[in-house]
Ligand binder design. Structure first.
Ligand code: ZN
Length: 373
């Protein structure tokens, strides 16, 4: 068994990083035209700067407005745009779905791909994985590209302007990273790249978790006040770089499988990936019979930053056992990473753990409320 670790070609993070994008493209040897796939908000904020700085470097830019879902249809549309304009690189500027669709399109054309996340809402930017949904938003599959993005460029001024909910959801996605990587490692299961984990991936996943605990709450308060602070910077790095490297080279386990199962419930569609993953992490901790100290540490972190801790928090206040059984079946589909847990699982255990996590979350909240009162 080989140990495999992968990462983007380069990661750049900082205030006003956007201005460096064309210079970086030149460094990578790119010329001619770039296809920029984006959505309304980043386009409004950044289009003038893109056009000005690309021109200075003698590069052309074609902008395509993303259709809204990382579906195979959308991947095909982006690919067609790239072919029509004979571009030499595809850039995604936006949220995780844009970056996923861009990565899958670039893979089909064997073109370099650049990810410019405009929120720190998930660990999608650094990875080789594209999550594909149906046009209705139900999880469909994960596509693996041959390589990680050539560049991930994170402009913290842009991230700071994004809705706070994204930053919180990104912390939810990052919260699961350590526990999932740890489950894979204890079980001797493979990471996303089909190899064993490295010490480096384990340490990054662990650092991701401790960074959340140490900086999560402060970063959120700073962001709320519009401050680019060291804590905010560290959380952007945890959500984007550490979580991205940690999940891909460390591996996924139950939390993400449960997320995938949850997406079949339309009531959860209004909730972000990381919000559902956070609840998945709680379910995973219950299934793993983690000790109470870790469970309370995670619950109090979720509470401190406003991450979901109960079924009601993800739109499932009225979840029946029958519906939970369906979620459990999907969680245990043969391709799912739930099988990376260090013990075999059945759907009854998962159903019980879903309701147990909900009960723990509710108890924690009511305890916190009575302390507050
Ligand atoms: Zn995720």
């Amino acid at each position: 068994m080989l140990n495999i670790f992968s990462a983007p070609g380069r990661y750049i993070q900082g205030a006003d990083a956007t201005a460096y994008l064309p210079k970086e493209l030149k460094r990578l040897g790119m010329s001619g035209c770039a296809l920029m796939v984006t959505s309304a908000t980043p386009r409004r904020q950044l289009e003038a700067l893109w056009r000005e700085t690309f021109l200075l470097q003698g590069l052309n830019i074609e902008i395509y407005d993303f259709g809204g879902e990382s579906s195979l249809d959308e991947v095909a549309k982006i690919k067609r745009q790239a072919e029509d304009h004979k571009v030499s690189v595809i850039i995604g500027a936006g949220g995780g779905k844009i970056l996923d669709a861009v990565r899958a399109s670039a893979e089909r054309l064997n073109l370099p791909v650049i990810c410019c996340p405009t929120t720190a809402a998930s660990d999608a930017p650094c990875s080789t994985v594209s999550v594909i949904y149906t046009p209705q938003g139900v999880f469909e599959s994960c596509l693996l590209s041959r390589r990680n993005p050539d560049l991930v460029l994170v402009d913290t001024k842009v991230i700071l302007k994004a809705p706070l909910r994204g930053l919180i959801a990104g912390m939810g996605d990052a919260l699961a990273t350590y526990f999932e990587a740890d489950a894979c490692s204890r079980a001797g299961k493979l990471n996303i790249l089909g190899g064993s984990s490295t010490l480096c991936a384990q340490m990054i996943a662990q650092l991701c978790y401790t960074t959340l605990l140490e900086d999560g709450k402060t970063a959120l308060e700073d962001a709320r006040r519009g401050l680019l602070s060291p804590s905010f910077d560290r959380i952007v790095e945890a959500n984007t770089l550490m979580s991205g490297l940690g999940f891909e080279s460390g591996g996924l386990a139950l939390a993400h499988s449960l997320h995938n199962g949850l997406t079949a419930m339309k009531e959860t569609h209004a909730f972000m990936h990381g919000e559902k993953v956070a609840f998945g992490a709680l379910v995973q901790l219950i299934l793993e019979a983690r000790d109470n100290n870790i469970l309370s540490e995670v619950l109090s972190f979720c509470f401190s930053v406003g991450l979901p801790m109960t079924l009601a928090d993800i739109g499932l206040a009225k979840l029946t056992r029958e519906q939970a059984e369906n979620i459990a079946q999907l969680t245990l589909a043969p391709h799912e990473s739930a099988h990376n847990e260090p013990f075999p699982l059945n759907s009854k255990q998962i159903v019980d753990a879903i309701f147990a996590a909900d009960a723990q979350g509710r108890a924690f909240k009511s305890g916190a409320a009575s302390v507050g009162a």
